[in-house]
Ligand binder design. Structure first.
Ligand code: BV8
Length: 241
């Protein structure tokens, strides 16, 4: 009997009902801000003050946000799935900490974390819940002006890729929740899971751009669709055990 192995990929849509912006919806973040100037190493090199202001504002907004019913449902699903003897991994493209605050543990932030800083000189990572600026120095190496958000920008290597692709090679169930499937390599995960023989689900407001034809799709707000989907998927995966 194959061990049920579930990998879930989340995007900005799962945090939308917590009040955090999505990127490509109407009025999305990239409709107001230029990602090339604010979410790329070139943009940071050119104008670090503007980039720090962009992330400082999002960090402050995150501290006022709370996990929603979809985040909580995924944390409960993880506990039940593992308790039933299955393997579980949650990969998020989001840089917020709402999955952790909802109780998720088996979690990879493939695009980094807004509440951590990184030294561009020595790589030191520190918790960060207040503003970063070019006037600050690294407490590990002492270098000035090298602190940045611990966030993966366009053109930079996402985090945890080895583990993610290793897990995708043997996954039995895959779901993409609240993502437009427009950013690579995350957009390729569903097809990778299907190649491994997994059943794939898309839960969003509408079909994404990844080009993968998901086996199943549930459209609607995540706080309404995710809790019900979690109940159904665990009953299905462990029925007859
Ligand atoms: C890289 C962090 C080299 C910062 C972000 C092919 C292969 C590899 C790379 C590329 C490739 N083609 C192009 C590239 C380059 C590029 C890329 O993909 N460009 C795109 C735009 C074409 N990729 C990269 O640069 C990546 N790095 O390639 O390195 C490499 C790669 C692999 C192997 C070796 C080397 C790095 C990308 C990471 C960039 N950083 N963010 C920050 O957050 O500020 S990207 C940004 O987009 C966020 O991380 C975000 O999470 C992510 C994806 O967006 P979504 O989460 O999907 O959000 P979006 O708004 O698009 O969609 C929201 C969805 O939610 C919608 O579907 C909507 O319907 C739904 N929704 C809305 N409300 C709700 C809802 N659903 C449910 N309920 C609701 N209430």
């Amino acid at each position: 009997m194959t061990t049920p192995r579930l990998l879930i990929l989340t995007g900005a849509g799962i945090s939308a009902e917590s009040g955090l912006g999505t990127f490509r919806d109407t009025d999305g973040i990239w409709s107001k801000f230029d990602w090339q100037k604010l979410a790329s190493p070139e943009g940071f090199a050119e104008d670090p003050v503007a980039v720090h202001a962009f992330y400082n504002a999002r960090r402050a907004g995150l501290l006022d946000a709370a996990p929603n019913a979809a985040h909580t449902a995924l944390a409960l699903l993880e506990a039940a799935w593992v308790r039933s003897g299955g393997e579980f991994l949650l990969v998020t493209q989001n840089i917020d900490d709402l999955h952790e605050r909802a109780g998720s543990e088996r979690l990879i932030h493939m695009h980094g974390e807004l509440l951590r800083s990184r030294c561009g000189a020595c790589g030191d990572l520190k918790p960060c819940r207040s503003d970063l600026s070019i006037a600050m120095s690294c407490s590990a190496c002492g270098r000035d002006g090298r602190l940045r958000p611990h966030v993966v920008w366009f053109g930079e290597m996402p985090l945890g890729m080895d583990e993610i692709f290793e897990r995708l090679s043997s996954v039995t169930h895959f779901a993409a929740i609240g993502t437009s499937g427009s950013v690579w390599p995350a957009a390729g995960f569903a097809a990778e899971a299907a190649r491994a023989g997994a059943a794939t689900w898309e839960l969003s407001m509408e079909a994404g751009e990844s080009g993968h034809d998901f086996h199943h799709a549930v459209y609607g707000p995540a706080t309404q669709t995710v809790p019900d989907w979690c109940d159904r998927i665990i009953a299905q995966a462990f029925s007859g055990r």
